[in-house]
Design a protein around this ligand. Structure first.
Ligand SMILES: Cc1cc2nc3c(=O)[nH]c(=O)nc-3n(C[C@H](O)[C@H](O)[C@H](O)COP(=O)(O)OP(=O)(O)OC[C@H]3O[C@@H](n4cnc5c(N)ncnc54)[C@H](O)[C@@H]3O)c2cc1C
Length: 517
């Protein structure tokens, strides 16, 4: 985790008004994701890019095979991906699990480049004062204690974990590159050059030592592998003539292949509510940052995390509104829609500027993050223009479906009830006017989200969807020598934070590529 003094990061540049809500009640987020507005605490800005909330290894529901079923390839099941997750990980298990003899060693790796630690074993003391009260909160939500939600059964609440150890974050840059890898920084791929149905190479704009940009053509000897992420890979494909015919025609791009590039865009919507408590020195920003028993720099300031299915009324709505195959997936046993965790400070991944409430963030405030991990809404990534320097138009259609709104709003209501019922916490909602406090109707939740605490938690995926745009070896349909290997290929939302699944995808795709050489 890195704490830095300064102003909040840039927000998403959106078109149109300031509200998240579209005319149909769905949220709108169009524009360039250029960073995020992170919540601040006592003048410290939390840079969420460096805060790994979870190194979650659990794609979707227990031992999920939905992705594998959809693409008819068992290599994309949870079981098949597990060896690649393990390869990435060095696990520091919870001391509580160790003491109880409940270690799930088979589901973890012990010599990978990413250090994954549980709150109670992260190299520095993290005896957060609210641990027992927040455990009570998750129990009041109706969650059962789960031993290890990273072992294929994510339902319930469990001790938090993240990819930090001794206060240092592990991330992909920690992987050792082979001697035969050449890395170019300050270089932007404009497009893939395709001739005769074969990807020949890429056009790259490089910024030279003198700061002047130069366009260069890089020829591929074997193949081109795009890993520009779920928002940029579709843009590059579209600029290359690979995408929906209508989108290409709109920009007069010479069409090469008609594929649903940029469709099926999905992201995890999140609503954040803020709670003032009257306990001293209980959250980050009150009291000392480091002491013998409590070190706020040791990792993300939280204790527990829970995953749960959507409530009964949402499931009934889903039955009425979703096509049968989608409803079958939504309601499959163990399938989870909701994630909740409390961060012991005020965090906001919202996209509006300026910061919402006077006095932000206030002392003695914590955040409940309510996250929809299995949305049914789908959006688009499209081109703004044919200028490669222009960002794409991102329209994830967050909460466009009434099913998604129902699931997330019900979660917000449940959390509000539970947090106020925790003994001795005396939690009072913070940052809203008195008239709104206590009103948890849909309209009141939407009023909250339009002014503070709503957006995405930055898990975009699905825009180069496996089975639609790429095959199950990540090869773009109808174009030889071209693959996409990034979050864009994930065909269904996963009940996970995406860092670890991406490592799994990358490792498995690398093996596929090597096997084909
Ligand atoms: C603010 C934020 C916080 C997050 N927090 C967490 C978390 O706590 N835990 C977690 O598990 N996940 C988290 N995620 C999600 C996780 O980071 C992403 O899911 C993951 O990085 C996606 O990997 P990727 O390889 O698909 O894309 P990326 O990691 O985005 O990699 C794409 C790369 O391509 C480069 N690129 C893009 N366009 C071009 C181009 N035209 N030419 C050349 N290079 C290009 C980009 O600069 C980038 O380096 C977070 C994401 C964000 C944005």
């Amino acid at each position: 985790m890195e704490l830095s003094v300064g102003t909040a990061g840039t927000g998403v540049r959106r078109r149109g008004g300031q509200s998240h809500l579209g005319e149909d009640g769905g949220w709108r987020l169009r524009g360039e994701l250029s960073g995020l507005h992170a919540g601040s605490s006592c003048g410290l800005v939390l840079n969420l890019r460096l805060l790994s909330i979870t190194h979650t290894l659990t794609p979707s529901h227990p031992r999920s095979h939905q992705w594998a079923e959809l693409v008819q390839d068992p290599r994309w099941s949870w079981d098949s991906l597990l060896p690649y997750f393990k390869k990435s990980e060095t696990w520091f298990p919870s001391t509580e699990l160790t003491r109880q003899g409940l270690l799930t060693r088979d589901a973890h790796g012990f010599d990978g480049p990413i250090k994954v630690s549980h709150v109670t074993n992260s190299g520095r003391p993290r005896n957060y004062p609210l641990r027992e009260k927040i455990r009570q909160f998750h129990e009041l939500l109706g969650c059962q204690h789960a031993v290890d939600i990273n072992a294929g059964q994510p339902e319930g609440y469990a001790e938090g974990f993240n990819s930090t150890y001794e206060g240092r974050r592990s991330y992909a840059a920690g992987y050792v590159l082979g001697a035969n890898v050449t890395l170019w920084s300050r270089s932007w791929v404009e497009k893939v050059v395709v001739e005769g149905g074969n990807a020949q190479g890429v056009i790259v704009t490089r910024s030279g030592e003198d700061g002047k940009p130069a366009r260069v053509y890089v020829e591929a000897t074997k193949e081109v592998i795009l890993s520009a992420g779920a928002q940029s890979s579709p843009k590059i494909l579209l600029l290359s003539g690979i995408g929906p015919a209508a989108d290409l025609a709109l920009h007069q791009i010479n069409p090469i292949v008609d594929l649903p590039v940029g469709r099926n865009y999905t992201d995890h919507a999140g609503i954040f509510t803020y709670w003032a408590i009257d306990l001293p020195n209980a959250v980050l920003g009150d009291g000392e940052m480091q002491g013998p028993d409590l070190d706020w720099t040791a990792g993300l300031p939280y204790d527990w995390i829970s995953f749960a299915p959507a409530d009964g009324s949402t499931r009934e709505l889903a039955r009425q509104l979703l096509p049968p195959d989608k409803y079958r997936r939504y309601s499959a046993a163990g399938k989870l829609q909701i994630e909740v965790f409390i961060v012991y400070t005020s965090v906001d991944t919202c996209t509006r500027t300026p910061p919402p409430a006077p006095g932000w963030p206030g002392r003695g405030v914590f955040t409940i993050a309510h996250i929809l991990v299995d949305p049914v809404s789908r959006g688009t990534v499209t081109l703004q223009s044919t200028d490669p320097a222009d960002p794409p138009i991102l329209d994830p259609q967050l909460l466009a479906s009434p099913v998604d709104r129902s699931a997330l709003y019900e979660c917000v209501r449940d959390c509000a009830r539970a947090v106020q019922a925790v003994e001795g916490l005396n939690a009072v909602e913070w940052g809203v006017e008195d008239a709104l406090r206590g009103d948890w109707s849909d309209e009141a939740i939407e009023r909250r989200t339009s002014r503070m605490g709503a957006g995405t938690v930055f898990h975009p995926s699905g825009t180069c969807s496996m089975g639609e745009v790429v095959d199950s070896e990540c090869r773009v349909f109808w174009v030889e020598r071209l693959r996409v290997v990034d979050a864009g290929v994930i065909p269904l939302p996963l009940a996970a934070h995406y860092q670890a699944p991406i490592y799994g995808i990358a490792e498995q795709a690398a093996e596929m590529i090597v096997r084909g050489l």
